[in-house]
Structures are given as C-alpha cells and as structure tokens.
Design a protein around this ligand. Structure first.
Ligand code: PLP
Length: 391
C-alpha cells in the first residue's frame, strides 16, 4: 500500500508511531539510557540475532525514543524503514558508504558539505564520483554505462531551486541497474515524496523542516527494507545514530510539520509574487511562479512549492549585500526550514568556497539572495523586504 492510500500526512505526523509509553504519555518520552536490561541470555540472543525486536543498546538505535520517531518518519515518506542520524551529513555519509562504493553520480547543485564529501573525501577511499549539471542530463547514460551505481540529487536544488524529474531519472538509473537517492530536505515530505516516483532512498537534513525550530541537528534516511537495512550496520559502526533526546525533540517537531510547511508554502508564494513585480529585483527563482522553468514539472511531482526562494537584486553583488544587511526580520544566517525567516547571499556564504567561475557556470549570480521563509506574518515580511530594497 502506498502512503497515499493511508491517512493524511498531518495525521501520520502525529499518530505515526505505535510506541506506547507504559505510563500513558501521548508521545514517546526521552529514554536517556545507553543500555537495557534483559531477563535471560536467551532473551539477549533473540534480539542480537534479530528474532525479536527489542531494546538493546542506544548506539544501535535500539531505543524507544529513536525507534518511535523512525516509525513516524518512515510513514511520512511512504517508506518501509527510516533511520535517524546525528546530522544530515551523517545520513548522507552512511548512504554513500553503503550504496555508493561502485561509483556515484551527483546531478545538479547540492549542499556544499555534500559536494565536498563527494568531490574531495569519498575519492580518498577509492570511490569514483561524477558530477553533471542539470543541463548535462543527456550525459547520464554514458556515466551510468561507465558503472556508477548510485544516482544522487536534490530537488529543488540549492540555491537555484532547479527541479529534476524524479520519475525520468529513476527510470534511466534502474535501466542501468543503478539506484537513486534523493535529498528531499528543501521540499520536506509535506510537498514531495520521491519514493512515489521511483527513488530508492530519501535523505533529509532533519536540521531543517523536520526539526523546524533551528534547535536540533539531525538527519534521516528512508527507503524500502532492502535498501535501508544495510545502512543500519554502517550507522551502528560509524556511531552516527541520533541520541534519544534529539530523537524525542524531532518527534515533537514533526507533529507540527504539516501546518508549518503549508504556511511556509503560502508565504513563499506571496513573497515570490511580490519580488517578481518589484523594480529593484531581477530573476526570481521559485517553482510556484508560472514562468519559472521547472513550474510544470513541480506541479506534477510536488504538492506545494516549498518555503525556499532565491532572487537577484538589481545592481549586483554590493546592492544585494546592502539589502541583506538592511533586512531586520530576515535573520542573516546560513540555514533553512525554521520558524524564523532567514536570508543568505550565496556568494558570501554557502557558495563562497565554490569560486566565482563555478558559481557563474551553475547560475548562482553574485546578486543572488536566498530566503528561507518562516512563520512571521506575511505583511511584516513584505514590509521588511520593501524597506531593505529601498535602502
Ligand atoms: N542537505 C541539504 C539540502 C542541506 O541544506 C544541508 C545543510 O544545510 C544538509 C544536507 C546537511 O545537513 P546537516 O547540516 O544537518 O548535516
């Protein structure tokens, strides 16, 4: 049964876990313990050899706080299984080490840390990594013929919000015996479920929309049992499971995911439309705008266009810096997905290390500002932008 045949996402985010506390708590509390007691050695063996599901050792993820949020997260992505990690990067690392050892191809832009891991660090372990821009998708067959067995991409991408056709890429990858992992951080499960379109794994920086309050660093991987199971052993021995307190905070946060993201979708759409008609603004990159290149595709594979948007300030790099510096409600900070609105200038922060030439090749202009739209009143956000653009 696909997730769409089950309860709605908001219901799943609140009631997705079957873990019941012995004292009647409506949510799974923090089991702040490193280990669990057994009645007999036979009981221990049942859990160790996988005949029984049981609590054992927290680093293994065999802890009720961890398992409880994993059950909910799996349901949000229509997956058999979810694993939670100490960060989004820990989740990505475990996926690449488990399924990417025969070669990885990364399509389009990705988070800077992901790009560094793929371009500088995994090759040190002998893992071949290749990169294709969205405009080079015609080369995907050739790269897959060379033997890459994992196709990885974000959609929408950071910071140009490019939309990739998950179904088409998955079909091509599968025809070559390769698997597909999608970083769904920007969309969140409210707006998009890549597994529905043929992806094999979904990855989240739960630090962003899933956590939603800029107070939690966490990651998650969701997939079929076949794809997820081998990742567990890597997480166990890399020691990168999310701690119980983080798991409990994540479960608390996910309960409001749907209302938060739906409001962020609405506010981002308003802001995109406001910016698109402003005389001091050039391009506005947001899939909810009808003239945006990925609009039609986004309408097919997304339920909402998300809370992230980028735009160019007329006047170039200095003018964009001035706008960012004059914003008051939008905090100048390099993250996203929280209740507070954030602004970044990619060339001075997230994409500074990429270099001017590479930024230009990737369509990341010096005049670009990226917004993560929070939950403040939309009129106040528009007034803040209007004032800063006038400054
Ligand atoms: N994936 C995306 C799309 C991100 O934006 C980030 C961080 O900004 C990450 C992964 C890494 O997540 P974390 O900071 O939780 O390790």
């Amino acid at each position: 049964m696909t997730h769409s045949q089950k309860q709605g996402l908001a219901t799943r985010s609140i009631h997705g876990s079957s873990f019941k506390d012995a004292h009647g708590s409506p949510h799974t509390p923090v089991y702040d313990t490193t280990t669990f007691a057994f009645e007999s050695t036979a009981d221990v063996l049942d859990v160790v050899e996988g005949r029984k599901v049981g609590n054992l050792y927290t680093r293994y993820g065999f802890n009720p706080s961890i398992r409880s949020v994993e059950e909910t997260l799996a349901k949000l992505e229509g997956a058999d299984q979810a694993w939670v990690f100490s960060s989004g990067m820990a989740a990505l690392s475990a996926v690449f080490l488990t399924h990417g050892r025969d070669g990885i191809v990364c399509i389009g832009d990705a988070y800077g840390g992901t790009l560094e891991l793929l371009s500088s660090q995994l090759p040190m372990l002998g893992i071949k990594t290749r990169f294709l821009l969205g405009t080079q998708l015609d080369q995907l067959d050739a790269v897959l013929n060379e033997g890459a067995k994992l196709v990885f991409f974000e959609t929408p991408t950071n910071p140009v919000l490019e939309i990739f056709d998950i179904r088409a890429i998955a079909a091509k990858a599968h025809a070559h015996g390769a698997r597909v992992a999608v970083d769904n951080t920007f969309a969140s499960p409210v707006n998009q479920n890549p597994l529905e379109f043929g992806a094999d794994l979904v990855i989240h920086s739960a630090t962003k929309y899933l956590g939603g309050h800029s107070d939690l660093t966490a990651g998650a991987v969701m997939g079929t049992e076949e794809m997820a199971e081998p990742i567990w052993n890597w997480r166990k021995n890399l020691g990168s499971a999310l701690a119980p307190a983080g798991a409990s905070l994540l479960a608390r946060s996910v309960r409001t995911l749907a209302v938060r993201v739906e409001q962020q979708n609405r506010s981002a759409q308003h802001l995109a439309e406001f910016l698109a008609q402003h005389h001091k603004v050039g391009r506005v990159l947001y899939a909810g705008l009808p003239d945006f290149e990925g609009h039609a595709l986004a309408k097919e594979q997304m339920r909402g266009f998300g809370g992230m948007l980028s735009f160019d300030v007329a006047g170039g790099r200095e003018a964009a810096s001035r706008v960012a510096d004059h914003l008051k409600l939008f905090t100048l900070a390099p993250s996203l997905g929280g209740v507070e609105s954030l602004v970044t200038q990619p060339c001075t922060s997230t994409h500074n290390g990429v270099g001017a030439e590479e930024r230009a090749r990737r369509g990341i202009s010096e005049a670009m500002l990226r917004l993560s739209v929070g939950l403040e009143n939309i009129d106040d956000l528009i007034a803040d932008l209007e004032r800063a653009l006038d400054a």
